[in-house]
Write a protein that binds this ligand. Structure first.
Ligand code: PLP
Length: 366
């Protein structure tokens, strides 16, 4: 008789990484443009690299378990926040985990779907019931964030809503007014986790200082990451802004030294060089427009995106023939589509060329 395991884990599968990760591990991806994982095409800022070089000789020592310096600079970068409002984690993945760990086990978690594959996984691990709510369709394509449908789906057992905004993989988003209205309509006993992994790429000028929502309300956590706009995905660092009560409890459940020394100093340097991060994000936004325009001109359907990626109705195998690796849409709930990460200028040129070769009729932005 084998050791009995928790039955809710039976449905879990080992994370299947995008093909590019496997190819890189085998040394086979060097000639490809890697546009699979929404990483930044550029390395860490020089400031972050310098900070890393400086601390490496001290890697024999444990880092600051409270992550105080990084918390301070994050608080300063988010007006109105104090150090005690800042959560940190080994990637924003850990921030999401810690936030959900605060809730009584056995309840339900609502989130739009398709969205980030980590959400159902966290629910299974924590013994919570995942309740995905379908994105609303535009021209038959799942695109819109179903705010009203989520509100209608709230029950007495609902413990949390995870709102990925902008949403990965659709790239669609709720405006800040819509997020505010949503937060206002949600019962105060339900935790709203706003996953803003891509917030730096939102070009709507009215979407700013969204962290204020988390300071105003006791039931809101805004989660952000250094993995995307900051170009530090390999170091694993994320943060959140929330009430002092949430932040205090999240710190109780976090592994004591989950944010490593390299991640702490590189993230701190990156926040301090924020204007350069913003400049890089502006580049991504310009290039996103160029890709979307080329998709339209090539007669391909695509979803207007606020992230550093665009969903387009064009097969991943077609892209691969042109030396481009993208995330297969089939794995994300969009069979026949691809999620294309905005790359550097040359990589994006390659994408434009690849789709240009297949011009049919006029495509439409969803
Ligand atoms: C990439 C991504 C993250 C970031 O995860 P990290 O653990 O910080 O690397 C979080 N949420 C979504 C929706 C993402 O796409």
């Amino acid at each position: 008789m084998p050791v009995p395991f928790r039955s809710e884990l039976d449905s879990l599968r080992t994370y299947v990484p995008p093909k590019s990760w496997r190819m890189a591990a085998e040394g086979k991806s060097d000639d490809y443009a890697k546009l699979t994982s929404n990483e930044l095409a550029f390395g860490p800022l020089p400031e972050a690299e310098a900070a890393l070089a400086e601390v490496l000789p001290r890697a024999n020592r444990y880092p600051d378990s409270h992550v105080s310096r990084l918390r301070q600079v994050i608080a300063k970068a988010n007006p109105g926040a104090e150090t005690g409002n800042v959560l940190v984690g080994n990637g924003s993945s850990e921030v999401l985990l810690n936030a959900l760990q605060l809730l009584p086990a056995g309840g339900e978690v609502l989130y739009p779907w398709p969205s980030f594959s980590l959400y159902p996984m966290l629910c299974a691990v924590l013994g919570m019931t995942a309740r995905p709510v379908p994105l609303t369709e535009t021209n038959g394509v799942p695109a819109g964030i179903p705010a009203d449908d989520i509100l209608s789906a709230v029950t007495d057992r609902t413990r949390a809503v995870i709102l990925c905004n902008p949403n990965n993989p659709s790239g669609t988003y709720l405006t800040l007014d819509e997020v505010r209205a949503f937060a206002g309509a949600l019962p105060e006993r339900v935790l709203l986790i706003l996953d803003e992994a891509y917030v730096e790429f939102v070009d709507d000028p009215a979407y700013g200082d969204s962290h204020a929502l988390a300071l105003e309300r006791d039931n809101v956590v805004v989660a952000r990451t250094f993995s995307k706009a900051h170009g530090l995905a390999g170091l694993r660092c994320g943060y959140g802004i929330a009430s002092a009560r949430i932040s205090d409890y999240a710190e109780r459940v976090r592994f004591p030294v989950s944010v490593n020394l390299a991640a702490q100093v590189a993230a701190t340097a990156s926040v301090l060089a924020e204007e350069k991060v913003r400049e890089r994000a502006r580049f991504v936004v310009r290039e996103r427009r160029r890709l979307q325009q080329s998709f339209g001109e090539a007669g391909l359907d695509y979803i207007l995106s606020q992230g550093n990626f665009v969903m387009v109705r064009f097969g991943a195998d077609e892209f691969e023939k042109s030396g481009i690796l993208v995330r297969e849409g089939g794995a994300l709930g969009y069979p026949g589509w691809s999620r294309v990460t905005v790359g550097n200028a040359e990589e994006n040129d390659r994408v434009v060329e690849a789709v240009g070769a297949s011009t049919l009729s006029a495509g439409r932005g969803v």
